[in-house]
Design a binder for this molecule. Structure first.
Ligand code: B3K
Ligand code: ZN
Length: 874
């Protein structure tokens, strides 16, 4: 397969004004009739260019041009397209194709799930429905008529407004939908089936009445309230923060159990993974509730950032995704605790995106080439993309950012545009030079910011020297300096913020300020600094970089206890924790003692005793970094040493702070029934972190705590936390069995049951995972199940996956190949488990290499998996 290049972009030869679709849905095939009104694009360089429509896995029945049936000599087809060479400048093209949703296991295009019909068209799924110009810069007005059996598929939905319905012979009925907004094909959606609806209403700030509908399988109707509440909050927030209102009379969300990702922002008809809609306190955890709120918001926000203004081509994906993730992060910060949200976002970025940036798939947030676009829905495009958007706001201020957004919509509403258009709107609205900032879009890799401080007591000045470097990434050896906002404060000996005054400034300002770092190396001098300060750097994580500053242990402890910036406070703890984990990893490799340092233990004790701190922040400060993140800090990865070190730290803290953890655990026992609000969530999170430490102690009394919590819990957060503590011990078996019996009918709860075992240090072995794949609740065709069991094992169980005998690698290769036959997108996600292979110790490295080579050599590999394994082997 040949890569597609950004530099090869050309405008489409034709544009489509209007498309009328008729779907005739049935059990063993479906027929799609399409009528396109097209005209030649004056912006295309060749005024006589042929019309080439995209199409895949379609059975063509007929082609009509301006009313005349074309015989086979007038057009050509191949596996991916239909071409008509002699095309008038204006034309009406009618095409009939037959497709097979009932055998479509890729979950891309039109497919079946639980008897119902659903679509997924982003990025290039529409071409599996009918021949079309399946590219985001072709925007058309869609009309959709759906015909189907009345009893089997009573509910028929598509984008826009329902304008008609009726009955036909043979017990069939039809429904017609018109979407008044022009849109690219990737935003098309259709749903047909037996579904129940939760209905509500919303009145926009300008008085538009919007009908809100959440459609689910009838048995799930009692799990939609949180999603509906989240939708209403999102609608209000976007009006208040960005002045953006909803624009149709109906907003529909449909939940489906077979879905490749989280959710999809189709115009007026979002289709969601059930995981991001369904929640009841006994089936969903606090993390699930948060996730639903965030994903509902994300898809809703896409209506403006993505749908009203869309991408010119798929290289611009971060234009809509980075921006929309930033918007959902800001929303979540306003709904709950802003510092907690920020720290969690940073943790995700560091654990997953920094790893991507350091591996064979490293790419800038605007990639320059791809083989399969679905492989580029990445943490880089999404989460690093959101960090880049956040940096505009950090540099321009909230009001400046809003001015930029307003100008962006004023200029580009209804258009398909590029990341440069967004940057230009930000620059022009604020008269701010963002030329150097463009490098964030073109350079891959995580920059390191090295900062050194020099205090001059005689001059009462403090000079920070800031230098930046960025490691080479595949295909990008040379890197130029980036434009980096560095937010900082200076702490006095008591940990309080000192006033900040740069040389040349008239006044000192209290608190945080943002330095604009643009050179490879540059200095900033603060004056009137009365004492040698401790710099509080990269406040609120003001840029997606690695920070290098030689903090002493005492300075870290001071920041942990006093920094006014919650992120820096957490970060200081993480830095100390990482230093000590590194020492433990080295000791484990050398077969030495695995003891904890006293200053670390007392700093942690102080955190635990600090009643003034938000319990959620305390919980985060006590949470150890993931094994995979520790792996990424090593020059050569030894999975067993990493696991041993991490467990030694957990057990060491549990022993040293046993009574503190017990006290916290008892203090935070819930009074009364479950509530989902920031305060209750925070209390539960700290209580359950305390339990997770106590459950490390090999003491019957501690396991009893977990058993009691498991038996009494009235909510899934507490139930899952207790079970997590138990599964590492033999005592967990009974609990696991009870859990499976109780929740056999709840697919999303069974996913948790699979994951717990996949990542358990006791159960998470290759043999156990293989056995679980035979469980009746498991299905290789269902992405949630594959992610819950196989994905969790390959991606989150470092020592299990990297079993020294190589069995994990053989299992990964076999499973990737099996899934690839069914669902290439899903298989490619699993194949990412090899991305670290070059950094493993030599024995495992050889095992990974041969598994990778076996996958690469397999005949009939999808483009998706081919791209991942070939880039790994380069
Ligand atoms: N835009 C979709 C993702 C589509 C993924 C295609 N493989 C969901 C989202 O980001 O909101
Ligand atoms: Zn998105």
């Amino acid at each position: 397969p040949q890569p597609i290049q950004l530099k090869d972009y050309t405008p489409p030869a034709f544009l489509i004004d209007k498309v009328d679709l008729t779907f005739d849905l049935d059990e063993d095939h479906s027929r799609v009739s399409s009528r396109l009104v097209l005209h030649r694009n004056p912006d295309h360089p060749d005024a006589r260019a042929p019309l080439t429509l995209d199409g895949k896995e379609l059975t063509l029945e007929s082609v009509k041009l301006d009313g005349e049936i074309l015989d086979g000599s007038r057009y050509q087809t191949d596996a991916e397209s239909l071409t008509i060479a002699a095309m008038p400048d204006n034309a009406i093209l009618e095409i009939v194709t037959v497709i097979h949703p009932e055998t479509n296991t890729s979950l891309n295009g039109l497919y079946r799930s639980g008897g119902n019909f659903y679509t997924q068209c982003e990025a290039e799924g529409f071409r599996k429905i009918t021949y079309y110009l399946d590219r985001p810069d072709v925007m058309a007005r869609f009309t959709t008529t759906i015909v189907a059996d009345k009893n089997k598929w009573p509910v028929l939905l598509s984008n826009g407004n329902r304008v008609g319905e009726g009955t036909l012979d043979r017990n069939r009925h039809w429904v017609k939908w018109v979407d008044p907004f022009k849109k690219p094909a990737y935003l098309f959606a259709l749903v047909g089936g037996k579904l129940s609806r939760l209905a509500d209403r919303y009145t926009t700030s300008s008085g538009r009445e919007v009908a809100l509908e959440i459609w689910v399988e009838p048995a799930d109707l009692d799990k939609c309230d949180h999603a509906m509440a989240s939708l209403k909050k999102s609608m209000l927030w976007d009006e208040q923060r960005f002045g953006l209102e909803y624009d149709l009379d109906t907003y529909m969300i449909v939940a489906v159990g077979d879905f490749n990702m989280g959710a999809m922002e189709n115009k007026g008809l979002n289709i969601f993974n059930t995981k991001y809609v369904l929640a009841r306190s006994d089936t969903a955890t606090d993390v699930d509730f948060d996730g639903i709120e965030a994903v509902i918001a994300h898809e809703y926000f896409h209506n403006w950032t993505g749908n009203r203004v869309t991408c010119r081509d798929w290289f611009q994906l971060s234009l809509k995704e980075g921006l929309t993730v930033f918007r959902d992060q800001e929303f979540s910060a306003d709904m709950g605790s802003a510092p907690v949200q920020r720290i969690e976002a940073v943790r995700t970025l560091r654990t997953h995106q920094f790893a991507e940036d350091a591996g064979p798939m490293a790419h800038p947030i605007r990639p320059e080439s791809y083989i399969e676009i679905n492989n580029f829905y990445t943490v880089t495009v999404y989460e690093k993309g959101a960090e880049v958007v956040r940096m505009y706001q950090t540099l321009l201020g909230r009001d400046g950012f809003r001015r930029g957004m307003d100008l962006y919509f004023k200029r580009h509403d209804g258009q398909a545009v590029t990341c440069d258009d967004f940057r230009a709107a930000m620059a022009d609205a604020n008269d701010y030079d963002l030329n150097q900032f463009a490098r964030w879009y073109s350079q891959a890799g995580t920059p390191t910011l090295s900062v050194r401080g020099q205090y001059d007591a005689a001059a009462a000045s403090y000079t920070l020297t800031v230098s930046q470097t960025c490691p080479a990434t595949p295909g990008q050896g040379e890197k130029l300096p980036m434009h980096i906002p560095l937010a900082l404060g200076l702490l006095g000996p008591d940990g309080a913020d000192l006033p900040l005054q740069l040389a040349g400034e008239q006044e000192a300002l209290a608190g945080t300020r943002v330095l604009s770092v643009q050179e490879a190396s540059q200095s900033f001098t603060f004056i009137n600094v009365p004492v040698a300060p401790v710099p509080s750097l990269l406040r609120n994580f003001s840029a997606p970089v690695k920070l290098d500053f030689p903090y002493s242990r005492a300075q870290l402890a001071l920041q942990m206890a006093h920094d006014s910036d919650a992120f820096c406070r957490w970060e200081a703890g993480q830095t100390m924790m990482l230093q000590d984990l590194q020492t433990l990893i080295e000791a484990a490799r050398a077969g030495g003692e695995l003891g904890l340092k006293d200053d670390f233990v007392s700093a942690m004790r102080q955190v635990l005793a600090d009643d003034a701190l938000d319990p959620a922040l305390v919980a985060l400060m006590l949470t150890l970094p993931a094994e995979t993140y520790l792996a990424d800090q090593q020059s050569e990865i030894d999975p067993d040493a990493i696991r041993a070190a991490r467990e030694a730290m957990k057990l060491g803290l549990a022993r040293a702070l046993r009574s503190e953890f017990k006290a916290v655990y008892s203090r935070l026992q819930d009074q009364g029934a479950y509530r989902f609000d920031a305060q209750s969530v925070a209390r539960r999170s700290l209580k359950n972190v305390a339990l997770s430490y106590l459950a490390e102690l090999d003491e019957p009394a501690m396991l009893e705590l977990a058993e009691q919590q498991f038996a009494r819990a009235d909510n899934m957060t507490d139930s899952q936390a207790a079970l997590t503590g138990l599964v590492n011990w033999a005592e967990g078996d009974a609990a696991l069995a009870g859990f499976a019996a109780k929740w056999a009918e709840e697919a999303l709860v069974m996913d948790k049951w699979f994951t717990l075992q996949a990542i358990s240090r006791r159960l998470g072995t290759v043999a156990k995972v293989k056995a679980l794949m035979q469980h009746p609740a498991f299905a290789l065709t269902n992405p949630n199940k594959v992610r819950a069991l196989v994905g969790a094992f390959l991606h989150s169980n470092l020592a299990g996956f990297h079993a020294a005998d190589g069995s994990g690698y053989e299992f990964a290769a076999d499973t990737i190949l099996a899934v690839d036959k069914l669902n290439p997108q899903m298989a490619a996600r699993l194949a990412g488990c090899f991305n670290r292979w070059k950094k493993l110790e030599p024995g495992r490295r050889a095992g990974m290499r041969s598994a990778l080579e076996r996958v690469a050599a397999h005949a009939g590999l999808s483009r998706d998996v081919y791209e991942i394994v070939s880039k790994n082997l380069q």
